[in-house]
Ligand binder design. Structure first.
Ligand SMILES: C[S@@+](CC[C@H](N)C(=O)[O-])C[C@H]1O[C@@H](n2cnc3c(N)ncnc32)[C@H](O)[C@@H]1O
Length: 409
């Protein structure tokens, strides 16, 4: 819906405003604000509107969740305009209101985002730049994006973000990375601070800041891709780790797709769920693990490898699966012989969902063969042999073969 039809239907209008305030607004954005009966925004944003605009100014309470949820009915019969910082649809209040009330209830008047402004100042193409928002989220989300040569912009909650990003890059083995803190972009007090990650000299800066990273790996740093499988030593483990080659094939069968949810059942070190989530920032996973020490290890691995959102459920399957959100794919890394485990996973999958189960024992392989006979799919066996010294020569050392059963529901 566009134009008049949309205008009549919209309950609230969200106008983006930058650090340049009223001067930087387009004629349509100004007119929208001037025609408002009620202006909602932060005290700072409301202060950017000239005094001769007569609308009632109502600052957001803190926290603002309830006010956003009740906004369409909070000012009956009055034209409500919400002020947003920069582009209302970039981690902004426009996106939040549309999530709550639907696209037809909200009209958006955009403004250049802090990302557009930062790219303009840095001379970076927006589409070649990774953007990570850590506003109200863990800084570790930045980790998967730190790869050699990558250009990255981080939106954080406060002026400590550049120093935190610098420390993280240094910990990850990217101490030579060039960090820029771009503050008050677009406004009269705009400023850029630069330095290397390992020697970041600036401490806490203006809270209106975008942190830019040009990642440079230290000599000897092993770059970790977001394509499975990572080297085994990227994970802390106690031997219960799906090894690299088998992990890569297993994830290929699981088919990680943006936005989808995996159950990693009997998660061990958590490697399958972690690599599923690293494949795309919107991928989600639940790791189900019965042993508390392993559950703790999964959390540590997920945090270190940049997917702190991995949901770890400590408990035994199938009982622990009750009440979990429906998965798009399920991996059973062990325990195929546990009564009703595979049945429960299969029943939880929607049409198009994938079930992948691995087995190394004759007994669990027999269970998988039974499922293959019953529901079809693919049954493959992988044997990996690794070159090792044999005296002064080199020979092949075979690992245990792994049987992979994979089926699309
Ligand atoms: C919740 S996000 C909202 C982004 C906003 N919608 C936009 O288009 O830029 C807030 C982040 O953007 C940064 N930010 C917003 N405006 C900025 C500006 N003019 N200069 C520097 N950083 C800015 C904040 O510091 C914070 O990290």
């Amino acid at each position: 819906m566009r134009g008049d039809e949309r205008d009549r239907a919209a309950l609230v209008t969200v106008v983006g405003i930058g650090a340049d305030g009223w001067d930087g607004l387009s004629p349509i954005a100004r007119r929208t604000i001037e025609d408002a009966d009620v202006l909602r925004g932060s005290a700072r944003q409301l202060g950017l509107v000239p005094d001769d605009v007569l609308a009632e100014r109502v600052p957001w309470p803190s926290p603002m969740g309830t006010a956003l949820a009740t906004l369409p009915t909070a000012h009956p019969g009055r034209r409500v305009v919400v002020l947003a910082s920069g582009d209302p649809m970039l981690s902004g209040v426009g996106a939040s209101l549309i999530r709550l009330h639907g696209p037809h209830a909200v009209e958006v008047v955009p403004h250049p985002s802090s990302i557009s402004l930062a790219c303009a100042r840095l001379g970076w193409a927006v589409e070649e730049t990774a953007v990570v928002t850590v506003v109200g989220r863990a800084l570790d989300l930045v980790t998967p994006h730190v790869t050699p040569g990558r250009r990255l912009l981080v939106l954080g909650s406060d002026g400590g973000t550049p120093a935190e990003v610098a420390a993280l890059c240094t910990r990850l083995g990217y101490g030579d990375s060039r960090i820029s803190a771009l503050t008050q972009l677009g406004g009269p007090a705009e400023h850029v601070l630069t330095g290397s990650a390992a020697d970041w000299p600036h401490g806490v800066v203006d809270p209106l800041v975008v942190t830019a990273v040009e990642a440079v790996a230290d000599p000897g740093t092993v770059a970790l891709p977001t394509v499975p499988g990572l080297p085994d030593d990227a994970f802390e483990d106690d031997g219960q780790l799906t090894k690299r080659e088998v992990r890569a094939v297993t994830l290929a069968f699981l088919t990680p797709l943006p936005g989808q949810l995996l159950w990693d059942v009997g998660a061990g070190a958590g490697s399958i769920g972690i690599e599923w989530m690293r494949s795309h920032p919107s991928c989600r996973a639940v790791a189900v693990e019965g042993r508390p020490d392993r559950a703790g290890r999964i959390v540590r691995n997920a945090t270190r490898l940049g997917v702190p959102g991995l949901h770890v459920v400590e408990g035994r399957a199938p009982e622990a699966l009750a009440g979990l959100p429906a998965p798009d794919a399920v991996f059973v890394g062990g325990g195929a012989t546990t009564p009703s485990l595979l049945e429960t996973c299969w029943a939880a999958l929607p049409v198009g969902g994938r079930l992948v189960a691995n087995a190394v024992t004759v007994e669990s392989e027999a269970v998988l063969a039974g499922w293959f006979a019953r529901v079809g799919g693919e049954l493959v066996r992988i044997g990996v042999q690794r070159a090792q010294p044999v005296g002064s020569f080199t020979g092949w050392k075979p690992g245990m073969p792994v049987t992979i059963f994979s089926v699309v529901r």
